[in-house]
Design a binder for this molecule. Structure first.
Ligand SMILES: Nc1ncnc2c1ncn2[C@@H]1O[C@H](COP(=O)(O)OP(=O)(O)O)[C@@H](O)[C@H]1O
Ligand SMILES: N[C@@H](CC(=O)OP(=O)(O)O)C(=O)O
Length: 469
């Protein structure tokens, strides 16, 4: 089989985990599979890079940059020593360490530059955050080599992933698919190529990123380009589960799920998949498997085009935190044509990401859930736009979460909404806003963040998701 295997940040969290990942890749390679490895940054490194870049631009403190660089160097040197087997040769660890040092030197220069400039553009954010993955590849590639398997490393751009220049959320261009095939395809019969997840390159060779959590997307792009038999996303969980196991420990693994359900789950906040991760896989009909790096013997979840038999009405419950509610109200809105259009174009022009919308039939009120980071910009833009009395009030609430129940079995099954809201009522969770897409594959609603955990637990119980069927 031709397999693209992506390992997330927790899976490559340190040197001993990297070593385990290298052994896993070798095991499948030795079983006569063609294996391409995609790696994320060591867990926490992308967050740390973004934090230090922001601090550098705000405070200009070069000493803080130097301290960060010293820690990062130590962390990656240690990882290289722990991941790379030195019983045969010390060259591999020396080469990996040299590459790490070279990358870190470039990174330090860029961060010091940001200190002096005092500004951080989206292009610089992508450049800085790319170093998480660029520091991880020499370690993983070295680890695989030290196990006696040929390996070479690539950045996403070197592998052929070419995007538009929508920094921080770049989209692959069509030529990616043939370029990756041309560059990586010929290497598969006698080596395990290791490619950085998350990062790519624009047509003019500038580093771009595919958005946070974007390594899943990279794996899917590579899998689609190379006509993989399956794309395997290795994580710290047993698969796609009925809800986040960190919220409800009784969550169970979903053995089979359709593309559409998996996409809905990720749109509604299940951090297990990047929201765009399976688009290329869908387009090329490639199954995606989610597996646990630390329990490779478990089958995980397989995401397929169509599920033959749908026995569960609701497959999973998700929660999106970090959102906020805006309420736009005023008697003048009733019967005034074009208010909604003005609201949405104003928010679009302000770069606000809208998560949920609801308008009562009285037309005197529009409620919108937005990304919490966009709240201030959204309220400012709406107040500027409606300063003529049609809208009386624009209010905000930051203490909001969106909970969703997802499942293709909900379509045409009467009574699901009744059960959802009945369960929430019994749990004492106050529903602030409701939305159901016409696909009938999800019902989502906003609650106070204080009620979110209870709401998720109540729905998980109501639909029998915690017990084996
Ligand atoms: N429905 C779900 N099923 C599985 N994991 C979920 C779900 N919803 C949220 N999660 C979270 O997604 C995370 C995915 O695993 P992780 O190893 O962090 O992935 P990656 O490193 O690829 O980003 C888990 O830590 C888990 O808390
Ligand atoms: N390192 C990047 C990309 C990524 O996908 O990471 P992870 O696989 O750990 O979610 C991030 O943190 O966003």
């Amino acid at each position: 089989m031709r397999l693209v295997m992506k390992f997330g940040g927790t899976s490559v969290g340190d040197g001993s985990r990297m070593r385990h990942v290298a052994e896993l890749a070798k095991r499948y390679y030795d079983e006569r599979n063609e294996v391409i490895v995609v790696t994320s940054a060591l867990s926490g490194v992308t967050d740390a890079l973004l934090r230090v870049a922001k601090e550098a631009s705000e405070t200009g403190r070069t000493t803080a940059v130097k301290e960060f660089i010293a820690d990062l160097t130590k962390q990656h040197h240690q990882a290289a020593h722990d991941a790379i087997d030195m019983s045969n040769t010390s060259d591999i660890v020396e080469n990996a360490t040299k590459e790490i040092d070279m990358r870190i030197e470039e990174l330090e220069k860029a961060l010091i530059g940001i200190c002096y400039l005092g500004e951080l553009t989206v292009r610089s954010i992508d450049y800085i955050s790319s170093y998480g993955e660029r520091l991880a590849v020499p370690v993983l590639c070295g680890s695989i080599k030290s196990l006696g398997v040929r390996s070479c490393s690539f950045t996403g751009g070197e592998a052929g992933i070419i995007t538009n220049d929508d920094y921080c959320n770049a989209k692959p261009l069509e030529k990616t698919y043939s370029l990756v095939k041309e560059r990586i395809g010929p290497l598969l019969n006698n080596s395990i190529p290791v490619v950085t997840g998350f990062i790519a390159e624009s047509e003019s060779g500038i580093i771009t990123t595919l958005g946070r959590g974007g390594s899943d997307f990279s794996a899917s792009i590579l899998g689609a380009s190379l006509g993989a038999d399956e794309i395997w996303l290795w994580k710290e969980v047993d698969g796609i589960m009925t809800t986040d196991p960190h919220i409800v420990p009784e969550a169970r693994t979903i053995p089979v799920i359709s593309y559409i359900e998996a996409m809905e789950l990720s749109y509604f906040g299940a951090k297990v998949l990047h929201p765009r991760a399976i688009e290329p896989a869908i387009k090329h009909g490639i199954p995606v498997r989610v597996k646990n790096t630390f329990h490779p013997e478990l089958p995980g979840t397989i995401v397929v085009k169509d599920q033959k038999q749908i026995k569960d009405i609701v497959k999973a419950v998700t929660v999106i935190k970090n959102v906020a509610l805006i309420n736009i109200s005023g008697a003048g809105m009733v019967g005034t044509i074009g208010v909604a259009a003005r609201v949405f174009s104003t928010l679009a022009n302000a770069g606000v990401n809208i998560i949920m919308i609801s308008q009562g039939s009285s037309e005197a009120n529009i409620s919108i859930v937005v990304d919490a980071n966009h709240l201030d910009a959204a309220v400012r833009a709406l107040k500027d736009e409606f300063n003529n009395g049609i809208v009386k009030e624009v209010t905000r609430d930051r203490n909001i979460s969106v909970v969703a129940v997802v499942g293709a079995g909900m379509a045409n099954t009467p009574g699901v909404a009744g059960r959802v809201f009945g369960a929430l009522g019994r749990a004492g969770a106050n529903v602030i806003m409701i939305s159901q897409g016409s696909s009938q594959h999800n019902i989502s609603f906003a609650v106070s963040s204080d009620d979110a955990k209870e709401a998720v637990c109540a729905l998980h119980r109501e639909f029998g998701l915690e017990c084996e069927k």
